[in-house]
Design a protein around this ligand. Structure first.
Ligand code: RIB
Ligand code: CA
Length: 314
C-alpha cells in the first residue's frame, strides 16, 4: 500500500468545503489529516470555525483538531458570500451547535509548527478558501516554503472567467495579496480553477445517489447541496451547481481524473477592475516562471463515482 498522504486542510466551510472534508474523512487509507485550519471567507471566521467543528461531529471524527486562523484578509476588508452559502455558511440541514472545541493554538502557528516538525517534503497543504493563513505563515516563517510537499488549491479561473467579479474567482478575490505571496513562494502548486469545477454539476441523478446512501452525513450533505446549488442554478440555468472544493481532495486520491499543464500564473492586485484575477499564461506567450500545474479538464462521472463511494464509507 502506498504511504498515506499527510495533509492540512485550510478551509472556509461552506457547503462545498464540507464535501471536500467528507471526502477526506471517507478516505482514511490514503489520507492522514493532521489538522483543519479555518479562515474567514464564505462567512466570518466564527462561523467557518464553528462549521468545521460541526462537520467533525457529524462524521464522528472527534479526534480531528480544528484551529481558527485569520478573521480578515491581509490588507482588504473581508468580503463574504452569505448570498450563496446562507447566514451560517452551512445552511440547508438543521445542525446542532458543536460540543467539540477549537484548539487553543492559532492556525498559522499550527501550520508553521507542523511543517517544521514533520520531515521536509511530507506535508501537503490543501486550501479551499482565501489564502490568508498560508500567506501569513509563509511571511512569518519563510523557512517552511521548501518543506511543503505540494499545495493543492481550489481557486482562480481563466477561460471561464470569474464568479464574484467578471475577472476574479472568490477565494482569490477575497485576499489577492495573500494569493500573490503564495503563488510566488516557489511551492509546487496544483490549481483547480472554475474551468474545472464548472464541469462538476450536482445534477439530480448524482444527488439522488448521495441520498440513497442514507447515513446522517450523506443526508446532511444532500440538504447542504440542495441549498448551495440554488444560487448557481439560477445564475447558470444548469442542472445543479458546480461543486468546487472536493476537487482538491479528489486530486490526491485519483489524480488521473484531471488533466492540465504547467503554466505561469500571476495574481492581479493593482487594478480595481480586475483585482484577484489569476492571469494564466496557458499558451506560454511569456517567459515567466511556470509555477503552477493548472487543471483544465476532469472526468466528471469518475469524480462523482469517487465522491459517492467515499461518502458511503464515512
Ligand atoms: O469560488 C468558489 C470557492 O469560493 C469555493 O471554495 C467556495 O467554498 C468559496 O470559498
Ligand atoms: Ca471554500
Amino acid at each position: 500500500m502506498t504511504e498515506k498522504r499527510k495533509i492540512i486542510i485550510d478551509t472556509d466551510p461552506g457547503q462545498d468545503d464540507a464535501a471536500a472534508i467528507f471526502l477526506a474523512f471517507g478516505s482514511p487509507d490514503e489520507i492522514d489529516l493532521l489538522g483543519i485550519t479555518t479562515v474567514a471567507g464564505n462567512v466570518p471566521l466564527s462561523y467557518t470555525s464553528r462549521n468545521a467543528l460541526i462537520l467533525c461531529e457529524l462524521c464522528n471524527r472527534p479526534s480531528v483538531k480544528v484551529f481558527a486562523g485569520a478573521d480578515r484578509p491581509l490588507k482588504r476588508p473581508l468580503v463574504t458570500a452569505e448570498h450563496v452559502h446562507g447566514k451560517t455558511g452551512l445552511d440547508g440541514p438543521v445542525l446542532e451547535e458543536p460540543k467539540l472545541e477549537l484548539q487553543k493554538q492559532h492556525a498559522v502557528d499550527f501550520i508553521i509548527e507542523t511543517l517544521r516538525n514533520e520531515p521536509a517534503g511530507t506535508v501537503t497543504l490543501c486550501t479551499l478558501g482565501p489564502l490568508t493563513n498560508i500567506a501569513t505563515a509563509l511571511t512569518r516563517a519563510p523557512d517552511i516554503a521548501p518543506r511543503v510537499r505540494e499545495l493543492v488549491m481550489m481557486g482562480g479561473g481563466f477561460f471561464e472567467g470569474g464568479n464574484i467579479t467578471p475577472a476574479a474567482e472568490f477565494n482569490i478575490y477575497v485576499d489577492p495579496e495573500a494569493a500573490k505571496i503564495v503563488f510566488g513562494a516557489g511551492i509546487p502548486m496544483v490549481m483547480m480553477p472554475l474551468d474545472v469545477t464548472h464541469q462538476l454539476l450536482t445534477r439530480k441523478d448524482r444527488v439522488a445517489r448521495m441520498r440513497a446512501i442514507g447515513s446522517p452525513p450523506a443526508i446532511a450533505m444532500v440538504e447542504m447541496l440542495e441549498f448551495f446549488e440554488r444560487f448557481d442554478v439560477e445564475k447558470y440555468g444548469s442542472d445543479g451547481g458546480p461543486l468546487h472544493d472536493p476537487t482538491v481532495i479528489a486530486y490526491l486520491l485519483k489524480p488521473s481524473l484531471f488533466s492540465g499543464r504547467l503554466c505561469n500564473v500571476e495574481i492581479e492586485t493593482g487594478s480595481e477592475l480586475t483585482a484577484g484575477m489569476t492571469v494564466v499564461d496557458w499558451w506560454h506567450v511569456t517567459d515567466r516562471k511556470r509555477n503552477v500545474q493548472v487543471m483544465r479538464h476532469v472526468d466528471a462521472d469518475g469524480f462523482f463515482d469517487l465522491l459517492i463511494e467515499r461518502f458511503a464509507r464515512i
